[in-house]
Design a protein around this ligand. Structure first.
Ligand code: NI
Length: 138
């Protein structure tokens, strides 16, 4: 961890009051930790905007595994992504439905493209991409 620096921030009382209520509801121990998280959130968001930076994403898919050739299609797409498809977790939700959670590492644009392809497969009922980070430069 790098050296800590203290700095002053000028902010209106109304805005600060709303911020304090927000961080209290999110159980932050103090303003400093809340502000650090806001900064990190913005840094991660910026990284996802530049297509050539290495990122980590979590893709979730809920699907009906009785849909013909669906599981094969999802598996083939992950194989095509190679080592970038780091790991996956499969949950049998009920007789029909499965939840798959896939951790993906690679350039943001490639991860987004893979997520779109997976979510677009017929029989996928709900899907999402949670953009996160390698943890570097945070
Ligand atoms: Ni299943």
């Amino acid at each position: 961890m790098s050296e800590l620096v203290r700095f002053g921030v000028s902010i209106g009382t109304d805005l600060l009051g709303r911020f304090d209520k927000l961080i209290e509801s999110k159980n932050y121990a103090n303003r400093s930790e809340a502000i650090r998280d806001l900064i990190r959130q913005n840094l991660v968001a910026e990284k996802w905007k530049s297509s050539d930076k290495e990122t980590v994403g979590v893709i979730s898919l809920v699907y009906d595994h009785h849909q013909r050739e669906l599981t094969e299609a999802l598996t083939a797409m992950q194989h095509d992504f190679g080592e970038g498809a780091v790991s996956s977790l499969h949950v049998h939700l009920d007789h029909h439905h499965c939840l798959e959670v896939i951790v993906v590492r690679g350039e943001a644009s490639a991860v987004k493209k893979l997520a779109d392809r997976l979510i677009g497969v017929r029989g996928v009922l709900h899907g999402g991409l949670f953009p996160t980070s390698t943890g570097n430069e945070l």
